[in-house]
Design a protein around this ligand. Structure first.
Ligand SMILES: [Zn+2]
Length: 250
């Protein structure tokens, strides 16, 4: 080989192949279970198999790609349960991040709320799918002050990104999302932490329930958000009487 610095150029090619494949997986251009054939990929990218192999190894390490015993790589299939669980985990991390952000705001750092106001003002129901998701992320990330938590939340978001296309297509949900963001931001600005946390949880759970519905993961018990606890003050007999009266009445 007469190529100068072959290691460097090989690394750069692997980077390029890696990031393009990663984007295609995250955006759902490559479906779950799609085989990533090294020879075909090398041809498509116009590179040798070395950078392709390197890129696949990195995607495998990130758990986005799996290799079977014959070294055939496929896009990892994520079950509906896993997708829902990642959204549940995001809820917990977002709550953690929000509590921290509100503590910072109390200490005089108000920039997050101002940036969230800007992000919310830009969030229009008319945005296209990807832009809509980006705008939602932009709003939420203003309260992810810790880089560690921000990176974990970003990772979780990316891993479920391709399953969100169905939710994004539900334009009725969009105006609700904007209202939920508005209420959340009001609670944050009023420094009402309990209310802000409750609204954030309700917001993420709302999206999660919709996602579970589209993925056909309804009614799977613990994976579903617990319904708000109804106060047990009303006796069963009275409730039955009331509901039958209501049925007749309306
Ligand atoms: Zn949101």
């Amino acid at each position: 080989m007469t190529e100068p610095f072959p290691e460097v150029s090989r690394q750069t090619l692997a980077d390029r192949v890696y990031s393009q494949l990663r984007d295609s997986i995250i955006n759902g251009k490559l479906d779950d279970g799609t085989e990533l054939n090294q020879v075909e990929l090398a041809e498509q990218f116009g590179v040798s198999r070395v950078p392709v192999r390197e890129a696949l190894r990195r995607l495998q390490a990130e758990n986005l790609v799996v290799a079977n015993p014959y070294q055939r790589h496929v896009v990892r299939t994520v079950s509906p349960e896993d997708v829902v669980e990642m959204v549940e985990l995001r809820e917990e991390l977002e709550v953690f991040a929000l509590r921290k952000a509100m503590r910072r705001m109390r200490a005089g750092h108000q920039e997050a709320a101002a940036a969230a106001e800007d992000a919310l003002a830009r969030q229009s129901v008319k945005l296209r799918g990807e832009q809509w998701l980006a705008a939602d992320h932009e709003f939420h990330r203003q309260f992810h002050a810790s880089p560690v938590v921000a990176a974990l939340i970003d990772d979780l978001r990316q891993r479920v990104h391709r399953y969100f296309q169905v939710v994004v297509a539900d334009t009725q949900r969009r105006s609700q999302v904007i209202e939920e963001h508005r209420a959340l931001l009001d609670a944050i600005e009023a420094d009402d932490e309990d209310r802000a946390v409750a609204l954030l949880r309700a917001h993420v759970r709302h999206t999660r329930a919709l996602l579970a519905h589209y993925l056909g993961h309804d009614g799977e018990g613990p994976a579903e958000p617990a319904p708000p606890a109804a106060p047990p003050e009303r006796p069963v007999v009275r409730r039955r009487a009331r509901s039958s009266a209501k049925e007749r009445g309306s």
